[in-house]
Design a binder for this molecule. Structure first.
Ligand code: 5GP
Length: 237
């Protein structure tokens, strides 16, 4: 019997007959401001699943260890069961969002070196900023695990910056989550979609990500469709 294990803001996790495999169900849900803004958006689940599938398949192919196994329906995928490490690992190539507002700089300023930030994944506490010594003091990760996570984040940034550039999109910033497999190996988990990254159109500078929803800039579904279309074109080559 499959059991619902967890309902998040935009996904559900279900158990399967195989204890090492979970089923993810994407929901037609968009949230922002840590869930304070929330809407049902028809067609969003299919697009998040489709985009994340393209990206995780690509990352698996180039050797990044991920939890992704296969897409089984337009809104569902199978993933390896992991113990999620409750840290949000953010990488920024260009100032935007909270970096711009927190430090009083204009959005669009690019950095010589990517900026790396960590947040404690806790809805109750509003995902507070967390440094490595705090994460270790709380027993969330070891230094060795943090080294692996940042190393993988840097590789993902290098690989995806190039992929999105081919699709005429600038990868401004993104958030990754990692988990431990049963044997302790760290793998990339969660999803990679315009829900957890910022993408700016290289020609028009238009927002092609969830900022369209956060900032009420237009129709989210048509924007995600365009991101999917461009990625598919690039990956089919
Ligand atoms: P910021 O800190 O500027 O809000 O976000 C930086 C990047 O990380 C953005 O690409 C944003 O989408 C992503 N991000 C940060 N926190 C979260 C979160 O709680 N959920 C999701 N889906 N993405 C996040």
């Amino acid at each position: 019997m499959e059991k619902l294990l967890y309902t998040g803001k935009a996904k559900q996790m279900w158990s399967t007959d195989n204890p090492q495999i979970l089923r993810v169900v994407y929901l037609n849900q968009a949230t922002a401001l840590n869930g304070k803004k929330k809407d049902k958006i028809e067609g969003k689940a299919v697009l998040n699943n489709a985009i994340s599938t393209l990206i995780f398949q690509y990352l698996n192919q180039v050797g990044i260890p991920t939890h992704y196994l296969e897409q089984i329906s337009p809104t569902e995928e199978l993933v390896k069961k992991v113990e999620i490490i409750p840290l949000e690992m953010v990488t920024r190539n260009i100032a935007a969002g909270h970096f711009a507002s927190r430090y009083g700089v204009k959005e669009g300023r690019s950095f010589d070196q990517p900026v790396e930030e960590m947040y404690y994944k806790s809805d109750k506490l509003d995902d507070p900023f967390m440094n490595a010594s705090q994460a270790k003091a709380l027993g969330l990760v070891t230094q060795e695990e943090l080294d692996v996570m940042w190393n993988l984040s840097r590789q993902v940034n290098f690989i995806l910056k190039r992929l999105f550039a081919q699709a005429k999109l600038t990868l401004v910033d993104f958030k990754l989550e990692f988990g431990r497999l049963a044997d302790g190996q760290i793998v990339l988990a969660d999803e990679f979609s315009p829900d957890n990254c910022r993408l700016w159109d290289m020609e028009t500078a238009n927002h092609m990500d969830k900022d369209v929803y956060r900032r009420d800039l237009g129709d989210l579904v048509s924007v995600y469709q365009e991101v999917y279309r461009r990625l598919q074109t690039v990956l089919e080559k």
